[in-house]
Design a protein around this ligand. Sequence first.
Ligand code: COA
Length: 218
Amino acid sequence: MSLKLGIPTDDEFPTFVPMTFEAMGGRSEFVNVVWPRGFTKDGQELNTSRFLFLKNIDPSSRWIKVTDTQTNEIIGVAQWNVYDGQKPPEMIVDGPPGTWENDTEKEYAQELFKSYMQKRWAYIRENELPLVCLNIMTVAPKHQYRGAGTMMMQWGNELADSIGAACIVESTIEGRGLYEKSGYEIQEHWTLDVPGKFGDRPKQRLFFMIRPRKSGEP
Ligand SMILES: CC(C)(COP(=O)(O)OP(=O)(O)OC[C@H]1O[C@@H](n2cnc3c(N)ncnc32)[C@H](O)[C@@H]1OP(=O)(O)O)[C@@H](O)C(=O)NCCC(=O)NCCS
């Protein structure tokens, strides 16, 4: 059974978005809170339209898919932002009305998002472009360990190397091995946490990882 890389069309998003949530498995507090209800039909539709909105307004966004050529099923997707020329603004996540249950959940999502982005924003402030940021890397659980993740990482690395970019990712525990094999190095192992009134919410451990640009400079 062979696997093929390609660029997903907007029409294909509804077919693979449920898979991305299935792959994350509800284990990421960040995903559960910033992209809520990913295991329900309404949450999948909502998040499909949010992904498409962001893809279509942000010229730095690149999506890639892996298709199983025998079944035509999209078994994996990844998304990067490619910054070359101008540094991106430090924007806080938002969503259409109804994305979050109430204002408190929205506030929590925005605080968690800020906490998640701190290391990325600091890196961008302190370093030169070009830079490639990996945001989404998911392979359907029943198709993991077939090389789809490696194919997508190779695509992202070739893109980065073609413009002399460094790469960064905030990695889950599951992603770490794949990223290390792809040339990323751990800078920090940290706990995503929103102190104060959201201090009792679930904690998530993440690895901040960098793949240095090809010239050897971080
Ligand atoms: C991480 C992930 C994308 C890897 O995709 P994949 O197609 O299985 O990757 P590959 O088959 O190319 O395997 C590459 C390496 O990934 C690692 N890997 C794959 N699946 C894994 C899993 N479920 N748990 C831990 N490591 C895993 C292994 O180190 C593997 O290397 P090996 O074969 O030498 O042991 C996939 O496991 C996934 O979707 N995980 C859940 C979502 C997630 O956390 N993504 C990362 C977000 S930052």
